[in-house]
Design a protein around this ligand. Structure first.
Ligand code: NDP
Length: 286
């Protein structure tokens, strides 16, 4: 029997998840079918229920439904509950739906395993305080960074995010305009949506420590303004394509009980990358 999965979003036509999961099925010799499903905020919860009723074993949830997805679940993993974000729903035989978040672990695996940049003892800057930032804070802290500083255009949101996770490790928050007081950083992760609009967050000089890694969660055919800014200042740069792959591998492991060996298929996965420049509002995360 084919195990059926889907990604639910709006828009969802550009999602690479069906191709990624088809490859995972091949790598693990599992019979999986994976489609795209468009929904609206009004239809999202019913769409999830209908997918399960029709025999679906799970779904991924992408923009803009990761918070709404909490309502579509009967239970949440501890991490999804703390993050207030669900990107993977596991539909069990007893009819229950359990919500997970794999974005943060996907980022950490990409940084530490694929890019070989351990977080332990590093000064890490997370730019942005929206849904994507909230979903990655706990896994970043769990990786033993010396400091995780959250900086956001709207300072109050960064401060609130830091306060929310204060019990989990060394975390602070500020606006972008006071960021230089905390610099320099060894790893800078851009979790703002500025790149989707082709914009660069207002960043101070002196932000990057020698040998720093700059990482943009957004991925596209062309380097984002943030990555170009960082590269011009001598940083090593990477985009969020690896995070996309690794969050998908974690979701696959939740559903199928086996984690695809992503490194073994890296060249084939890279071939799925967008091949033309991403237009505004086409940034994706699943
Ligand atoms: P949200 O809308 O929830 O948050 C947007 C954030 O970006 C806010 O902190 C906002 O600041 C900030 N921001 C927007 N424009 C600017 C700007 N011009 N300058 C500075 N800050 C700005 O979005 P998400 O958190 O859901 O998504 C953020 C990005 O992460 C997207 O590009 C998404 O595609 C990507 N992503 C990638 C994933 C992957 O697997 N590779 C997984 C998840 C997300 P303010 O609070 O002041 O408005």
């Amino acid at each position: 029997m084919i195990h059926r999965y889907t990604v639910i979003g709006q828009p969802v036509r550009h999602s690479l998840s069906p191709e990624i999961h088809a490859l995972f099925g091949e790598l693990t010799q599992r019979r999986v079918g994976y489609t795209r499903t468009e929904a609206t905020p009004e239809t999202f919860v019913d769409t999830v229920r209908a997918w399960q009723r029709d025999g679906g074993r799970g779904c991924n949830v992408t923009l803009p439904f990761k918070t709404l997805a909490l309502e579509a679940c009967d239970r949440l993993s501890a991490r999804a509950e703390r993050a207030g974000s669900v990107n993977t729903i596991h539909m069990h035989r007893d009819g229950s739906r359990v919500g997970h978040t794999t974005d943060g672990i996907g980022l950490v695996v990409d940084l530490e395993t694929n890019l070989r940049r351990p977080l332990a003892g590093e000064r890490v800057l997370l730019l942005g305080a929206g849904g994507a930032a909230r979903a990655v804070v706990e896994p970043l802290l769990a990786a033993d960074a010396e400091l995780l500083h959250v900086a956001n255009r709207t300072a109050a949101r960064a401060e609130a995010l830091a306060a929310r996770f204060a019990a989990e490790g060394p975390i602070s928050g500020s606006g972008l305009e006071t960021l230089d007081a905390f610099a320099p950083f060894d790893i800078v992760v851009n979790a703002t949506s500025a790149s989707v609009a082709g914009e660069l967050p207002a960043l101070p000089e002196g932000l990057l420590a020698p040998g720093a890694l700059a990482y943009d969660m957004m991925y596209a055919a062309e380097p984002t303004p943030f990555l170009r800014w960082a590269e011009a200042r001598g940083a090593r740069v990477a985009d969020g394509f690896g995070m996309l792959v690794e969050q998908a591998a974690e979701a696959f492991a939740i559903w199928e009980g086996v984690r695809p060996k992503t490194r073994m298929a890296w060249a084939r996965l890279q071939a799925l990358r967008p091949s033309r420049p991403t237009r505004p509002n086409e940034g994706e995360d699943s």
